[in-house]
Write a protein that binds this ligand. Structure first.
Ligand code: NAD
Length: 385
């Protein structure tokens, strides 16, 4: 069984799918690991570190075409010479990566056509048993942490309260909107940096978690169910959106830093900070919009840009986990190796679709798209094109 690690060609992607430590553990289990030359470079893992861990360093074509399991971070894409990376994959091989299958169902179609068995890390169920494989969580947590650092760096103020001979500095006020994995890490980080933190989420279940981190939960009583299957948020009605805006406007207005993290799976991110709300913020205050890539939680966000709008700094970062490639790769490696432990028995691949993790994360197998949501997304794409 040959496991291979691809080099990411996406310009903004600095993470690598396996670290040398993870390679060493797989090699000790009797598995053969190949690493594409330079794959770990941008995450500060050298080819010689991989070799010392027992990996064979190989060139692109060999690594891709001879892999039984190919590990990546970003979805395969077109190479500089125009060749799609996917064409280098061998029929019957396995691909594991963030494949964005609901956002890009055509990739799933191509993978099925090539008879590649693919696993999408976004589709690992959010269950206790799958926790060690939950790459969405490991990476979202990094984004939440980094968002606070970016916000603090852009704020023309201290975060903590300081009592000095030259006077007392009041702590910064941070308002976190959306208290899922990224939001909770943002709250914890902002608290550790000494700021006063408030947080809001449409799922009332997070109230206790927010409070246990030392933040104040801003409660909005809504007359509808806001939680869908799997604990995710549902898209709320116009009336509920208006009601939440009425309550949160005051908190946005008073905040020095607003960090937004709200997402609804399969939908554009909800707008939580309208232009009118942003216009009421104090000059010098900061918004860090972690949903920038999905359209933004703030109406003024420009994805991938830092802008100054009406005297406030609005930051719309893209792929924050990639900005901390060492730990992001370490955690992602653990997620991938945990998934592989489930799939590899006696050094051979065993796909037991009765296992809910394998069933839900496997997008394509034996020429078929297995996941019904991805099939629906592909159909919608075909109908609309
Ligand atoms: P996510 O990235 O989909 O969304 C982030 C947050 O935004 C969520 O808390 C959501 O409720 C909130 N949100 C959505 N619309 C909003 C709106 N209009 N206003 C305010 N907030 C809004 O969520 P996530 O971080 O991936 O977590 C999703 C769920 O999965 C949570 O219930 C989480 O506890 C659960 N989870 C479970 C496990 C596990 O059991 N192993 C692991 C990770 C996450």
């Amino acid at each position: 069984m040959r496991i291979a690690v691809a080099k990411e060609i996406e310009v903004s992607e600095r993470r690598v799918a396996l670290t040398p430590d993870a390679v060493s553990r797989l090699v000790k289990q009797g598995l053969e690991v190949w690493v594409e030359r330079g794959a770990g470079e941008r995450a500060f893992f050298t080819d010689s570190a991989y070799e010392a861990a027992g990996a064979t360093i190989g060139d692109t074509a060999a690594v891709w075409s001879e892999a039984d399991i190919l590990l990546k971070v970003s979805p395969p894409q077109e190479k500089e010479n125009g060749q799609p990376e996917i064409e280098m994959l061998r029929e019957g091989s396995v691909l594991m990566a963030f494949l964005n299958p609901l956002g890009n169902p055509d990739l799933a179609r191509q993978l099925a056509e090539r008879k590649v068995t693919s696993f999408s890390m976004e589709l690992i169920p959010r269950t206790t048993r799958a926790q060690s494989m939950d790459a969405l969580s490991s990476q979202a947590s990094i984004a939440g942490y980094k968002a606070v650092l970016i916000g603090a760096a852009a704020l023309p103020k201290y975060f903590p309260m300081l009592t000095t001979a030259a006077g007392t500095i009041a702590p910064a006020k941070v308002f976190v909107m959306g208290a899922g994995v990224a939001g909770l890490q943002a709250i914890a980080t902002a608290r550790r940096m000494g700021s006063m933190v408030e947080a809001f989420d449409i799922r009332p279940a997070v109230k206790e978690e927010v409070q246990s981190l030392g933040a104040k939960f801003v409660e909005v009583k809504l007359e509808e169910q806001t939680t869908a299957a799997g604990g995710y948020a549902k898209e709320i009605s116009e009336a509920s959106k208006q009601r939440t805006q009425e309550v949160v406007t005051e908190h946005v207005k008073n905040a020095d830093v607003v960090i937004t993290t709200a997402q609804v799976p399969g939908r554009k991110a909800p707008v939580l900070v309208t232009e009118e709300m942003a216009a009421q913020m104090k000059p010098g205050s900061v918004i860090v919009d972690l949903a920038a890539e999905q359209g933004g939680n703030c109406a003024c966000t420009e994805p991938g840009k830092d802008i100054v709008w009406n005297g406030i700094t609005i930051i719309g970062p893209i792929n924050l986990p990639s900005s901390m490639p060492v730990h992001a790769s370490q955690l992602y490696s653990k997620n991938l190796t945990s998934l592989m432990q489930l799939l590899i028995k006696d050094k051979a691949l065993q796909l037991n679709f009765a296992d809910d993790i394998i069933d839900s994360a496997c997008v394509t197998h034996a020429g078929e798209i297995r996941n019904s949501r991805v099939r629906d997304a592909l159909q919608a794409l075909t109908v609309n094109s």
